[in-house]
Design a protein around this ligand. Sequence first.
Ligand code: HEC
Length: 459
Amino acid sequence: MTAMQFLAMATVFSQQPAVKLPAAPKLDYTFFKDRVQPILLKKRQGHARCVTCHEHGSPPLQPLSLGASTWTEEQSRKNFDIWKQFVIPGNPAKSQLLRHPLAFEAGGDHFHAGGKHWQSQDDPEYQTLTEWVRGTASPTSTNSIRVLQSNAAGDDIHLIDPNTNQVVGKIEGIEVPHGLVISPDGRRVYVTNESMVTLDVVDSKTLKVFKQIKLSGRPNNVAVKNDGSQVYVGIREGSGAVDVIDTTSLTNVKRIPVKGPIHNVYVTPDGKFAVAGSIQESTISVIDCATNTLSWTLTLSSGIRPMVFIPNSDSSTKYIITQLSDFHGFAVVDFAARKEILRITLPDPKGQEKETQGIQGSPSHGLAITPDGKILWATSKWYGYVAAYSLPDYKLLEVVPVGSHPEWLTIPPDGKNLYVAIAGHDAVVVVDNKTLKVVKTIPVGSVPKRNTSGMLLTQ
Ligand code: HEC
């Protein structure tokens, strides 16, 4: 074809009227669950929360179960099916979900009995809703939820895909990785490195350490603030402290002295407090994340081991559940009253001999709560099982044998399965949260202990 012919053809084509409109985008369920629902749950100053009214009104949101800070998978599906009817895919300006709580001056409609929550279309929440209506898919829709299993006597961390329960990758070259946590945006993994006395920052895409941040002493566990801005590291060495890492500059900005060397540190579900536990001093130290100063402490009868948190319906902390040195069970601490209110002892299976080797003063060392707030899991190193308790009544539901030295537990956000690190078998055992039965054993590295799970931006 000559250049002239080509031009003539191009002209003909360009004169064709554009009759075909782009197809309306498909609304992504996972984006709704992970990004839209938190907006419906969030407390904005001066406003009642969407969920408070819409639990009882129209369009309806599913009522949250007692103690749950978010909806279950089933409830989220129902919310999605109803709330997608209040948007027009591809057209945020015509979508009632966006227009109704938007100020009239900013393009919203006249009146919403629930008030005007956004003053401008530049509001980040409004922008997120816009993305959803335009059909943006959540990164988690591309199957990037991962279980991360660190190997306490190894130099690596295994990545498990919970959809297939296969090992799909490894973070290598961190000798004696201790604690690990995924940044809320899924872009990084923070790992405490005992051999180098650093916090190692791993890029989720390359799975390589790209920064090592010096700590004030040998670290143990690590936690990240809900907005991702700060990481808290428990310092085991010396008199005890929690180091604060700023994640923008990736520098160690503060050492908060606390009572006793720190084993574990957590951030409460509402993101307001960092809670650190000391084995030597049997003390729980509660740090105010707004000021990074010590707020209050509580000393129990023996060393503080792993903890989990039960929130109130406004996501403030109701209870801390903690395991204790030399105690085969767990204690419940009332957060507001700042005192222990209950202790539960795990069962001794009839005729079974106690494992006493290598217990490290901690016969029960691993806790997890299902995302719907209904089941609490605790491990028994004495008897090699995990025990399921119903919440909020702490009734024993099931004892599930899993193998020698079960340690840390993690449950990915969909709540389907529990992942148990089996330190004595170099494996991770998967337990179904519905049937309460073992569904798979996955070989990992040397002496697996700490683990975590969440969305990892792998591409
Ligand atoms: C104080 C209670 C209250 C709060 C808080 C509230 N709403 Fe409403 N909402 C209502 C009531 C009542 C209606 C029905 C009357 C109306 O449309 O104003 C309604 C209606 C709606 C509708 C339906 C509009 C239609 O076309 O029928 C949508 C969508 C909506 N709200 C979204 C939200 C979102 C999103 C939030 C949070 C940002 C929110 N609401 C917060 C009470 C509330």
